[in-house]
Design a protein around this ligand. Structure first.
Ligand SMILES: [Mg+2]
Length: 229
């Protein structure tokens, strides 16, 4: 049976250098007419865009209605595109990511997808910025549920639709950088490879009992072996 690897984006594959959070606040200023300084800090680690937006709407005293949410997302994505292509953009892929994806692809031993809180359009925009857009078959996104714990089954179903293969949870590994990545893997009975390249040190992630915990994904050969054996 094939292995199914589901990657988180922010803090796991790449770091937008704050462009993602800043764009969410740009949209709050534009849509709600508030200053970002008046808003409580965003808690983005492992969050879904839907969850973050619901909180922002609540703080602004706005109704969380589909049309308003859609307008907010369009505004956010416009700012995200601008910030990702700004001269001052300070984002980067995290150590070893390109080499790891190449090695996993050429091994033929795994199907590679996404499990991210980003809405699909935001995910694609971030990945494209680093030429990673074509590396993932499909996956689950922030548009699919506000609760990250509901994203695992969506990702598995979409990957099956795309590859024609079925996956048992024993073959699924979620790769992510926050306690919420670990719990969404646990929610479907899958393993989580937690990585300390985002908001949390590996030590802090270990407490949440992932299957494995690494400082980074930089050691291509070792990580490949762990994910494929
Ligand atoms: Mg993350």
């Amino acid at each position: 049976m094939p292995r199914l690897l589901l990657f988180d984006i922010d803090g796991t594959l790449l770091d937008t250098g704050g462009a993602g959070g800043a764009s969410l606040l740009d949209a709050a200023e534009e849509i709600f007419g508030v200053s970002r300084d008046e808003l409580p800090p965003l808690d983005l680690a492992g969050a879904t865009d839907g969850g973050v937006l619901r909180r922002l709407f609540g703080q602004a005293g706005r109704d969380f209605e589909p049309e308003a949410v859609s307008a907010y997302l369009d505004c956010y994505l416009g700012h995200l595109h601008r910030r990702l292509h700004d001269e001052a953009f300070a984002g980067q892929t995290l150590p070893g990511i390109g080499a790891l994806l190449t090695a996993l692809e050429s091994s033929g031993g795994a199907d590679i997808g996404l499990l991210t809180g980003n809405v699909r359009r935001g995910a694609e925009m971030k990945l494209r910025r680093f030429d990673l857009g074509s590396r993932f078959v499909d996956g689950a996104f922030g548009d699919d549920a506000e609760d990250r714990n509901l994203l695992g089954p969506v990702a598995m179903r979409r990957m099956t639709q795309a590859t024609g293969r079925t996956y048992s949870v024993e073959e699924v590994i979620v790769i992510g950088d926050t306690p919420k990545d670990i719990s969404c893997a646990h929610a479907i009975g899958a393993r989580c490879l937690a990585v300390g390249t985002g908001h949390f040190q590996a030590e802090a992630l270990r407490v949440h009992q992932p299957w494995l915990c690494l400082e980074s994904l930089a050691e291509t050969e070792r990580v490949c072996e762990l994910l494929l054996s």
